[in-house]
Design a protein around this ligand. Structure first.
Ligand SMILES: Nc1ncnc2c1ncn2[C@@H]1O[C@H](COP(=O)(O)OP(=O)(O)OP(=O)(O)O)[C@@H](O)[C@H]1O
Ligand code: SF4
Ligand SMILES: [Mg+2]
Length: 360
C-alpha cells in the first residue's frame, strides 16, 4: 500500500512540464504576504524562495514573528481572507496559489499533510480518533467505512500507538499529549502525502517526549516517502534531521543552504548569532545567549538591512540598502548580507556576538 502508484497521474502531468527538475516537488518563488490592519499594513512575509526535492527535509528557523508560519499557511491556503498573498508555490508543476479553493482543499490533507503544534486545534473533541482518521480518508477517496477504518488502525500502528484497533474508538482527550501528536501525525500521512508541513510539532510536549515524536515523524515520513518542511525553534533538531535549512528574519529569507554548511560556516550574521546562542557541551554556561535587541516592527520597516540595529558587523551601507539574498563563496549557499565575506574570513563567526568584535 505504501507505494507511489496512486500518484501516477500527477507524475505524468509533471513530466509534461518543460524543463522541470524530475526530483523537484515544490518550488516557492518570491512568496510575500501582507495583512492590512488598522495600524497599517503588516509585511509579514517579504520574499521567500526555495525548492524542495522529493523526500527531502527542509528546516525553517528564525525568531518568533519572522514569518515562518504565515509563509507555510499561505502555501496551504489557510490564511484569513484579509491576507494579500503574492508569488508562486509550484507543486508538481502547478502553482497552488493560483488554484481554485476546491482544488486547493483537495491538495490539503491528500498531497500535503499538516502537523501543528497543538493537536487539539486539528482534532475534533467530539468524534473518536478512528472516525476522524476514516473521515480524512473518505473525504479524498471513495472507499467504504470499513476500508477507511482498517487504514486508520494501520496508521495508528505506524505512529506507534499500542493496540491500535482498540484505540480507534477512543476520543482525543483520552490520549496523552505525546499520543495525541502521534494521532495527528497519523492524520497527516493517512493519504500518503508527498509533503508534510510540520509547524513546531513537538514544542508543546514534554522534553522527554519531544525526541520520540520527532523520531517517529521522520520514520513515518520515510515510510510514506514524503518530504518534510519542518518549522522549529530548535536548531539542534534541524541539525539532526534537515538536509537543507532556511533562516528567516523580519519576513525575509536571510540564509539558505545545506544544513551542514549553514551551521558550520554561516554567511549571515543573524545565523551566526543564533548559533552562538546554543549552549555547547564545552561551556560552563548552560543558558542560551540570546542576540541582544529585538526584530523590527513589520508595519513601518526602516530602510536598510532589518538586522542592522543588532548586527555587530553593521556598516553605513547596511543602514540605507537592504541586501538581497545573494550567492556566497559556498556552492548553493545564499545569504542576505552585504558583508558575508567578513564571516568567510573568520574562523568562528559566532565570536562576533560573544566579544562585540567588529562593532563600529
Ligand atoms: N492575521 C494576521 N493579521 C495581522 N498580522 C498577522 C496575522 N497573522 C500573523 N501576523 C503577523 O505576521 C508576522 C509573522 O507571523 P508568524 O506567525 O508567521 O511568525 P512565526 O515566525 O511563525 O513566529 P513563531 O515562532 O512565534 O510561531 C507576525 O508579526 C505576526 O504578528
Ligand atoms: S547587511 Fe550589514 S547589518 Fe545586515 S547582516 Fe549584513 S553586515 Fe549586518
Ligand atoms: Mg509560527
Amino acid at each position: 500500500m505504501m507505494t507511489g502508484e496512486r500518484f501516477g497521474n500527477d507524475r505524468d502531468q509533471r513530466s509534461g512540464t518543460s524543463g522541470a527538475d524530475p526530483t523537484e516537488l515544490l518550488r516557492i518563488e518570491n512568496l510575500a504576504v501582507d495583512f492590512p490592519t488598522d495600524d497599517g499594513t503588516v509585511h509579514a512575509v517579504r520574499g521567500v524562495s526555495f525548492a524542495l526535492d522529493e523526500g527531502e527535509v527542509l528546516g525553517i528557523v528564525g525568531e518568533s514573528g519572522s514569518g515562518k508560519s504565515v509563509s507555510m499557511l499561505a502555501v496551504m491556503g489557510l490564511l484569513p481572507m484579509s491576507a494579500r498573498v503574492s508569488g508562486r508555490a509550484v507543486f508538481r508543476g502547478r502553482d497552488v496559489l493560483a488554484l481554485p479553493e476546491r482544488e486547493r482543499r483537495s491538495l490539503r490533507g491528500r498531497k500535503i499533510g499538516m502537523v501543528f503544534q497543538d493537536p487539539m486545534t486539528a482534532l475534533n473533541p467530539v468524534y473518536s480518533v478512528g472516525d476522524q482518521l476514516a473521515e480524512a480518508v473518505r473525504s479524498h477517496e471513495a472507499v467504504s467505512r470499513r476500508v477507511a477504518m482498517d487504514r486508520a488502525a494501520e496508521m495508528l500502528d505506524l505512529v506507534g500507538i499500542p493496540k491500535p484497533a482498540e484505540r480507534l474508538s477512543a476520543y482525543p482527550h483520552e490520549f496523552s499529549g505525546g499520543m495525541r501528536q502521534r494521532v495527528m501525525i497519523a492524520m497527516a500521512v493517512i493519504n500518503q502525502p508527498d509533503v508534510i508541513i510540520a509547524d513546531e510539532p513537538t514544542t508543546a510536549l514534554d522534553v522527554t517526549v519531544q525526541a520520540q515524536i520527532l523520531e517517529k515523524l521522520i520514520e513515518v515520513k520515510d515510510a510514506v516517502n514524503a518530504a518534510i518542511i519542518l518549522i522549529t525553534h530548535d536548531l539542534g533538531v534541524v541539525a539532526g534531521v534537515a538536509g537543507q535549512v532556511l533562516v528567516m528574519y523580519a519576513g525575509r529569507e536571510v540564509e539558505l543552504g545545506s544544513t551542514a554548511q549553514v551551521f558550520t560556516t554561516p554567511r549571515m550574521p543573524y545565523t551566526a548569532g543564533l548559533l552562538g546562542s546554543i549552549p555547547t557541551l564545552d561551556t560552563t554556561e548552560n543558558r542560551l545567549r540570546p542576540i541582544p535587541g529585538a526584530p523590527p516592527s513589520l508595519i513601518n520597516l526602516p530602510p536598510g538591512c532589518p538586522f542592522s540595529p543588532r548586527c555587530p558587523l553593521v556598516q553605513e551601507r547596511c543602514i540605507v540598502d537592504e541586501p538581497d539574498l545573494q550567492e556566497t563563496d559556498r556552492r548553493d549557499h545564499l545569504a542576505a548580507c552585504h558583508h558575508w565575506d567578513r564571516l568567510a574570513a573568520c574562523d568562528d563567526p559566532t565570536t562576533f556576538f560573544r566579544t562585540g568584535a567588529g562593532i563600529r
